[in-house]
Design a binder for this molecule. Structure first.
Ligand code: WT7
Length: 653
């Protein structure tokens, strides 16, 4: 690490941040070590408003099904809205919505509370109750945030499905969750184009494939032409118009499931990660406060979509729980040009900016080929803090982000976490941590991350291993919806001494103890910060039964997207080449887009008469990874049954 620059926090940061300096950090870590439950209980009382205070902090009697603050009752929407209005902040701007075309709408806390209450009343009028599941398939919009908050207000468990997922993926999620209602938009407007949402919903629900689902509530975004099923489809504006603007919140137990969010694992179908109410909201609020140092006059912008966990925690819940002001952006970073982010930071005087390395890398490329969209062409002096999330950030991109976006003055918090962890796990704190590009540095105070070997024993610093979390924490995944056995097997394997298995490899620096994430240790890919299972993509390919006999998918490094999907395919017909191979590759990509979504399309497709297998018939994935990278295969191929195959796989389409 000595070859990298280091950046210590300025004295101003140390003096003014919520967590002040190394001493401030050490005091919190010591407090958590001394009395773990007491530490979290103190914070839960300080940050959240409880309708019924809890008396029990952590119940570990049925590990790994941990319970936090279990006898307490609260409501997330009350914590995010009412309490700020009651404190006299009703006129404060909660959301600054910027549409794809640049139009801006501001929503105050009082207005947001009224909108949420109206929709909550409408949902109740439709018979939707505490514990019912509601799927949300919405664009980035005020209404998307309102839909999530309205569910929280009545105790319904939402499950947001990213607008880029296909009809098949949406159907799987509606079915698995047993959803009673679905809230969507007619279309979404992105990059100057209207893209269908309701049409995909119609396809997903065709043939009565989702019998639990009664209502489809449609937000009119573009006014485009859509199909309509009488008795099932309802306009959101008609449903809410006559509803009162107040609605008593449903007080729920702390462990009540606030949401399910489907994410990819190494095997099988995506799993419904179940999050709680109290523990989740605590960490959402606490990490927003300490990692982002959110203050009353900040303009916070997290560029994630509400379809991912980052949008849940750092758009819908964390900043609102603290009464902050934030941007909600409908569009894409490259429309009308690749200066959009910088132009919006300038226009709205954004102070805290949180985005993904893949976006930074593509904007670097754009800025290098077109001066006009270089961040130096914009006034970014309002910025005081930058964040990164979703994948490792390479030091070169970090340095560019620091220099050209942050004006060499803004700390960068490289936040490591997962859908399952609910919020930040390993991250710098801006008034504390000396930054090293490419390292997510040290655990958030109270979080017990460690690096162990296959048997759960600690490995010394400087030696890589498996990333685990030793103690349960408030915002952790509670279970996989409907599959507690899979939850145990995936995250609490018997050999790891009761530690939570993150699924990533990591290494700690010998001197500083800083963590660097080295990548997934399972068959999960990270493409542009989107998480995908290789098995899911393989199943999608082989479901093209008229063409595909067999498929294997691996990741390979990619300069812009981090990882790229590479598929090895054996067809049911002779191996194609040239234009024919190109045409079939396109057909397969379209098929995957239809099965999962465009984000799962393989970048490279390689055709073989067979796949490289051992004599016992196992696909040699290690070898495929080398081929995908374009490496000459130096590995031992003596166990390979059909070495000639390797040559065929050399050509990517
Ligand atoms: C996986 C989780 C975190 C919310 C968005 C993604 C990778 C995430 C970092 C980081 C290196 C990172 C890990 C993790 N990851 N943040 N700062 N540095 N890797 O959530 O879809 O659940 O993916 O993203 O591999 O396991 P997710």
């Amino acid at each position: 690490m000595s070859t990298l620059n280091t950046y210590a926090p300025s004295p101003e940061w140390v003096a003014n941040a919520h967590v002040k300096g190394e001493a401030g950090y050490a005091a919190l870590v010591a407090e958590a070590e001394k009395d773990y439950a007491g530490y979290w209980a103190r914070l839960a009382r300080e940050l959240l408003s409880w309708q019924t205070p809890f008396t029990k902090t952590l119940n570990d009697s049925d590990a790994p099904f941990f319970k936090w603050f279990e006898d307490g009752k609260l409501n997330v929407s009350y914590n995010c809205l009412d309490r700020h209005v009651e404190a006299g902040k009703g006129d404060k701007t909660a959301l600054i919505f910027e549409a794809d075309d640049g139009a801006v709408t501001r929503v105050t806390y009082a207005e947001l509370l009224a909108k949420v209450s109206q929709l909550a009343n409408a949902l109740k009028a439709r018979g939707i109750q505490k514990g019912d599941r509601v799927v949300i398939y919405m664009p980035m919009s005020v209404e998307g945030v309102v839909a999530m908050q309205a569910c929280a207000r009545i105790g319904a468990t939402h499950s947001v499905v990213f607008g880029g997922f296909s009809a098949q993926s949406l159907r799987d999620r509606v079915q698995d969750a047993g959803a009673v209602a679905l809230i969507c938009a007619d279309e979404q407007q992105r990059g100057g184009k209207a893209l269908p949402l309701k049409a995909i919903v119609d396809e997903a629900l065709a043939d009565n494939s989702c019998p639990t689902l009664k209502d489809v509530i449609v937000y009119r975004r573009t006014g485009g032409n859509i199909g309509w099923v009488e008795g099932r489809d309802l306009w959101l504006h008609e449903l809410t118009a006559a509803q009162p603007t107040t609605c008593a919140p449903e007080w729920v137990e702390s462990e009540h499931p606030l949401f399910l969010l489907y994410t990819s694992g190494s095997t099988g179908k995506p799993k419904g990660v179940q999050h709680s109410t109290g523990g989740y909201l605590l960490h959402a609020a606490l990490t927003t406060k300490w990692t982002f140092d959110l203050k009353d006059d900040d303009i916070f912008w997290c560029t994630a979509d509400i379809g991912w966990v980052t949008g849940h925690t750092y758009i819908t819940y964390g900043p609102l729980a603290l009464g902050g002001t934030e941007i909600v952006f409908e569009g894409v970073p490259t429309y009308p040009d690749a200066g959009r982010f910088w132009q919006m930071i300038q226009k709205h005087k954004v102070t805290i900016f949180y985005t993904a390395p893949t976006a930074i890398r593509s904007l670097i490329k754009a800025a290098e080929s077109n001066e006009a969209v270089h961040p130096k062409k914009y006034d970014l002096s309002s910025l005081r803090l930058l964040g990164s999330v979703g994948e490792p950030i390479n030091p070169a991109a970090w340095e560019w982000y620091h220099q050209h976006v942050g004006g060499s003055r803004c700390p960068i918090v490289d936040t490591f976490w997962q859908t399952e962890t609910g919020g930040h796990m390993i991250t710098p704190l801006p008034g504390v941590t000396t930054l090293v590009p490419g390292s997510c540095t040290l655990p958030f105070p109270g979080i017990t991350t460690a690096i162990v070997d296959e048997t759960g024993n600690d490995v010394p610093n400087g030696q890589g291993g498996i990333l685990v979390v030793k103690k349960p924490w408030p915002s952790m995944i509670r279970t996989i919806w409907g599959d507690p056995e899979r939850f145990k097997k995936s995250y609490y394997p018997a050999e790891l001494k009761g530690y939570y298995l993150a699924g990533d490899g990591a290494i700690r620096d010998a001197e500083t103890g800083y963590f660097t994430i080295t990548g997934r240790i399972d068959d999960v890919l990270n493409v542009s910060g989107h998480r995908m299972g290789t098995m899911e993509i393989e199943s999608a390919l082989v479901s093209c039964t008229e063409l595909v006999a067999e498929a294997a998918v691996v990741g390979r490094p990619d300069d812009t997207t981090g990882e790229a999907i590479c598929a090895f395919v054996v067809l049911k017909r002779p191996r194609p080449s040239g234009d024919e191979a190109k045409a079939i590759a396109k057909q397969l990509r379209d098929h995957v887009a239809k099965e999962i979504g465009p984000i799962a399309k393989p970048k490279d497709i390689r055709f073989g008469d067979n796949l490289p297998k051992t004599r016992s018939g196992k696909i040699m994935r290690r070898l495929l990874r080398s081929v995908a990278k374009g490496e000459s295969v130096t590995q031992d191929t003596s166990t390979l049954e059909n070495p000639a195959i390797l040559e065929q796989l050399g050509q990517a389409y």
